[in-house]
Write a protein that binds this ligand. Structure first.
Ligand code: NAD
Length: 495
């Protein structure tokens, strides 16, 4: 294993993300030898903590990983705390002194990763200070990791991007979309470009429609305040869902490199039709969960959740249809849906192939006499909670006559394999250490995704009808099912 050399500065070091994801991920990298001796971590936040106290907090976040005392002592010894208000210029000078000292103590060669695990309104202030107070180095690499949300619409995203780009260039910026760190999302490319039987059919001649579902069973939980300003469209469709659409729709890259993949993804995003407001209303629907029940469990409505307005018109569910205007996809709908308080948690992609043109068995099939068509083949990619894929095919039922019988070729990664596989944040942090931006979002992708989504938001904002609701623990409002029915399709959830 290659040892990576860097100083991490985590802004928001006392926050939820740092504790739940970043410290455990850094520890896993340490355990695997990706981080050994030449690394140090500065945690910053406003609170006044000592290094000792900070190290105790970090330790507590590692309990689930069963660390030995020796591992803990060694790993946590690399952590330093610096109280820091990000809006106070003087504090950056203290930070610089500490950073330069650690650089020397640990021989970090000026390599720096700045992780902004804080509210986005501070991103611009932090990056401009990192440059003006010369915390970015001349000698090593300087990389910036930023969390979502990246803007609130195209204009705010562009403004934010301009601020950040004054201090960091695009190659130094790593915008996190943690779905891109997931094994099966990365596997989309392997399935497509490693298998003749799929890539040869990956176009409008053989594919009827594509379906992408990001379902959550949980409600909004403690995030009501954030969610009221965001909603499912901005929280999920603008980033995760459109990233998956672009991975499915892109043309094959000539090599599997960051630049080549990015170019193809951007081309695909640029081919997604930007709707007029009228078209947006026809092609996208929304919903909000009301009370409901699953077995003996009762759920309250979104409007009753903590920090949610009693008349809230914010969507907790979105379903829609994207058109991709290029030679490969003309006429093939890409259906997407995402929501909270659905029947179960699951992220799945279904590629629905066209039925064979003629049912030559129509006279022999006693179960479906005169059936014009045969069930479509479906390739389903399971992203979470189980990971794998399945392919439904038609075979013949054993016996007299010629009854067709759908069979499923099914592959799931064992929980053991998945348990040993790196967590998304661990993969992404290692990618950043290696200077590999493939699984991060480029500005061109962010910008185009906002352009696609903004018009849908605008159309809804002008709509004076109350938002449709759906009972908790169902798969969304009726309009989401009608969207496909009107095209002669159905959502496939359990093929
Ligand atoms: P949080 O509220 O738990 O933590 C915020 C951190 O910022 C705290 O450490 C706080 O002390 C610090 N802070 C606030 N104001 C400050 C100031 N003026 N100066 C210095 N420090 C200050 O937030 P979080 O949940 O950890 O989220 C951080 C970022 O990550 C946000 O952009 C969020 O949208 C994003 N994100 C979080 C999650 C998650 O699972 N928590 C998931 C995806 C994205």
């Amino acid at each position: 294993t290659k040892e990576n050399i860097a100083l991490f500065t985590i802004f928001g070091g006392t926050g939820d993300l740092a504790k739940r994801k970043l410290y455990p991920s850094l520890f896993r990298l340490f355990r695997k030898g990706n981080l050994k001796k030449h690394f140090a971590i500065i945690g910053t936040a406003r609170r006044d903590w000592t290094d000792e106290y900070y190290r105790e907090i970090v330790k507590e976040t590692l309990v689930d990983l069963d660390p030995t005392e020796k591992e803990l002592a060694e790993f946590c010894g690399h952590f330093y705390y610096q109280a820091h208000n990000v809006t106070d210029t003087e504090h950056y000078d203290t930070l610089k002194t500490l950073a330069d000292k650690l650089d020397e103590d640990y021989q970090l060669q000026g390599n720096r990763i700045f992780y902004l695990a804080m509210a986005p309104q501070f991103f611009g202030t932090i990056t401009s200070h990192l440059a003006s107070q010369e915390i970015v180095t001349e000698t090593g690499f300087n990389r910036l990791i930023i969390e979502k949300p990246f803007g609130n619409d195209f204009y705010s995203a562009e403004k934010l991007n301009k601020e950040i780009r004054e201090a960091f260039n695009e190659e130094q910026i790593y915008r996190i979309d943690h779905y891109l760190g997931k094994e099966m999302v990365q596997n989309i490319s392997a399935i497509r470009f490693g298998n003749t039987i799929f890539e040869a059919l990956w176009n409008k001649n053989y594919i009827d429609n594509v379906q992408i579902t990001f379902a959550e069973s949980i409600g909004v939980e403690e995030r009501g305040g954030y969610y009221e300003k965001s909603g499912a469209l901005k929280d999920m469709i603008q980033n995760h869902v459109l990233q998956v659409v672009s991975l499915l729709a892109m043309d094959e890259p000539s090599v599997f490199s960051q630049e080549a993949i990015l170019a193809e993804k951007v081309k695909a995003l640029n081919a997604i039709r930007i709707y007029t407001e009228e078209e947006a209303r026809q092609n996208f629907v929304r919903g909000q969960y009301r009370e409901g029940q699953l077995d003996s469990q009762k759920f309250i409505s979104y409007k009753e959740e903590h920090n949610v307005h009693e008349d809230s018109q914010i969507e907790t569910f979105v379903a829609g249809k994207f058109h991709i205007d290029n030679f490969r996809w003309e006429g093939v709908p890409f259906y997407v849906r995402t929501g909270k308080r659905l029947t179960e948690k699951g992220t799945r992609i279904s590629i629905v192939f066209k039925p064979v043109p003629v049912n030559v068995f129509r006279e022999q099939d006693q179960k479906a006499p005169d059936a014009e068509t045969i069930q479509s083949n479906v390739l389903t990619i399971y992203i979470q909670p189980t990971e794998g894929f399945s392919l439904s095919l038609n075979g013949k039922e054993v016996g007299q006559g010629f009854n067709l019988h759908p069979v499923k070729l099914d592959f799931r990664h064992s929980s053991e394999t998945m348990g040993n596989s790196p967590e998304a944040y661990e993969k992404l942090i290692l990618d950043c250490l290696n200077g590999d931006g493939t699984n991060f979002t480029h500005w061109d992708e962010v910008a185009q995704s906002w352009r696609i989504v903004d018009v849908i938001r605008r159309a809804w904002d002008k709509d004076s009808d109350p938002i449709p609701t759906y009972p908790s623990a169902t798969m969304g409002p009726k309009c989401a099912f009608d969207l496909l029915k009107n095209d002669g399709f159905d959502w496939i959830w359990k093929p």
